[in-house]
Ligand binder design. Structure first.
Ligand SMILES: C[S@@+](CC[C@H](N)C(=O)[O-])C[C@H]1O[C@@H](n2cnc3c(N)ncnc32)[C@H](O)[C@@H]1O
Ligand code: SF4
Length: 439
């Protein structure tokens, strides 16, 4: 009974309802927000360029163009300096996209700047299998990258073809060889895989899991195939649409087949046993997103930057940041955001919640915490709440619902940019409607 689809649907509905206010964005001035006085901060840099635009992807990405990418990186470095000048300090940087390695030289120069200004410890970079070449990897290693994350998606040639990745990013044999070659070069080598693809069989996925154990990577992130309205239209033609009823069997395969070699470090990330866990962006007290189409979370306020590359360049040239919208979360939403992020990271510590939110946290979220316990999703101990294996599945569902609402937001912003090429990026999209992403 406790694993029934009714409970899944009930939890998702409740989650969407309780978090419906997260993305009610309004226009923001674009000046640098005041730097938080305490806590640890992370810098996120968005690099939207890709050689091929995969049909399933809802991230903010555009076709790579060398000249445009060079100008973009110059603006990005200017924006980074602006945050530094305003007193920001970061312990780590996460460079995602898109594909940051489309411009390796610019990327390395940008990493050097971030290291010089902030002395960051953790440097994480996303890439694709085709870029796992010595001429790209060696400069990244020398630049001090501590975590390289490779978008594998699948080791099944047929699925790679459906995803339009086979030609440009390589087939299964090439991807495996590239991963073997990169293993050991960086403290952490992460592989991204996608499960619940429309034509993915359990047998094919189990072969992926066996390869993950055998190749030299020490971390793997498994994303359920997520959609947004525009991605769904593209996917319907190229690869079909996912069937949510199959999620549980794929997720069970992950949890049973990866252990004991890998242990969970979040509801969808697994790390090889014995490998020290990374300090992740989710652990930071606040984060700043620079570049076009990036999110920041500072002092209880969520910010997003413009999705137009042209507007981004203009804003930076005129002394602003890329920020165009913001939303101050209510006290309840802030607490629910903390609960989501902490439980997704497998554990909520009572002391941490007390320090962050005070005793009201436990009164306000009494219902949520009891429900998690009652369902067997979290176990209470003397220090707080620990997510159980059963709870991992539900947190994976909730996090993907959260990501899908972000995808909806990105869709709306891109449509807005397309509608008015001379836009000022005034925001007039409605608040996220969670019911619209119900499966
Ligand atoms: C922004 S991409 C960067 C990786 C790199 N561009 C590549 O594709 O190889 C980060 C990861 O997001 C995941 N991703 C993208 N679109 C997704 C979707 N619709 N559903 C689930 N995961 C997705 C993929 O696993 C991808 O590797
Ligand atoms: S999955 Fe990676 S390569 Fe494909 S479009 Fe998205 S960011 Fe670009």
């Amino acid at each position: 009974m406790l694993n029934s689809p009714f409970i899944d649907a009930f939890l998702l509905r409740a989650f969407r309802f309780r978090t419906r206010g997260f993305l009610r964005m309004e226009d923001a001035p674009g000046t640098v927000p005041p730097a938080p006085r305490e806590g640890t901060g992370y810098l996120y840099l968005h690099v939207p360029f890709c050689e091929v635009l995969c049909p399933f992807c809802s991230f903010h990405r555009v076709q790579h163009h060398h000249g445009q990418a060079q100008r973009y990186f110059a603006s990005l470095r200017e924006e980074i300096r602006r945050y530094h000048g305003a007193g920001y300090r970061f312990t780590g940087v996460y460079i995602g996209g898109g594909t940051p390695t489309t411009e390796p030289g610019e990327l390395v120069t940008t990493i050097a700047l971030v290291r010089e200004l902030f002395g960051v410890r953790d440097i994480s970079v996303e890439t694709n299998p085709k870029d796992l070449r010595p001429e790209i990897l060696e400069p990244l290693r020398a630049a001090g990258v501590t975590r390289l994350s490779v978008g594998v998606q699948s080791f099944d040639d047929q699925l790679l073809k459906e995803m339009d990745r086979f030609e440009k990013y390589g087939g299964s044999a090439e991807i495996q060889a590239a991963i073997r070659g990169a293993a050991g070069l960086f403290p952490t080598l992460n592989l991204d895989l996608i499960f619940n693809q429309p034509h993915q069989t359990l047998a094919s996925f189990e072969r992926d899991l066996a390869l993950v154990r055998e190749l030299g990577a020490n971390q793997v992130s498994f994303y359920p195939l997520m959609t947004s309205p525009t991605a769904a239209r593209r996917m319907a033609g190229a690869m079909g649409l996912p069937d949510q009823r199959r999620l549980r069997e794929f997720f069970s395969a992950i949890v049973t087949r990866l252990q004991p070699e890998f242990t969970p470090t979040s509801a969808w990330c697994f790390t090889r046993r014995g490998h020290g866990s990374d300090e992740y962006i989710a652990d930071a007290d606040y984060y700043v997103g620079a570049g076009s189409g990036a999110f920041s979370f500072l002092d209880g306020t969520l910010y997003t930057t413009t999705f137009s590359l042209e507007t981004y360049a203009q804003r930076i040239a005129s002394g602003l940041t890329g920020i165009t919208t913001r939303h101050r979360l209510t006290e309840g939403d802030l607490m629910r955001y903390s609960l989501l992020m902490r439980m997704f990271g497998l554990r909520l510590d009572r002391d941490w919640a007390m320090r962050r939110h005070g005793p009201r946290f436990f009164r306000k979220l009494w219902g949520e915490l009891r429900t998690l316990e009652w369902l067997g999703a979290a176990r209470r101990d003397d220090r707080g709440w620990q997510l159980t294996e059963r709870g991992m599945y539900w947190l994976m569902l909730m996090m993907s619902a959260f990501f899908e609402s972000v995808n909806d937001y990105r869709d709306a912003m891109r449509a807005h940019v397309r509608k008015d090429q001379h836009e000022t990026d005034s925001l007039c999209v409605p608040a996220t409607d969670w019911s619209g992403v119900a499966k």
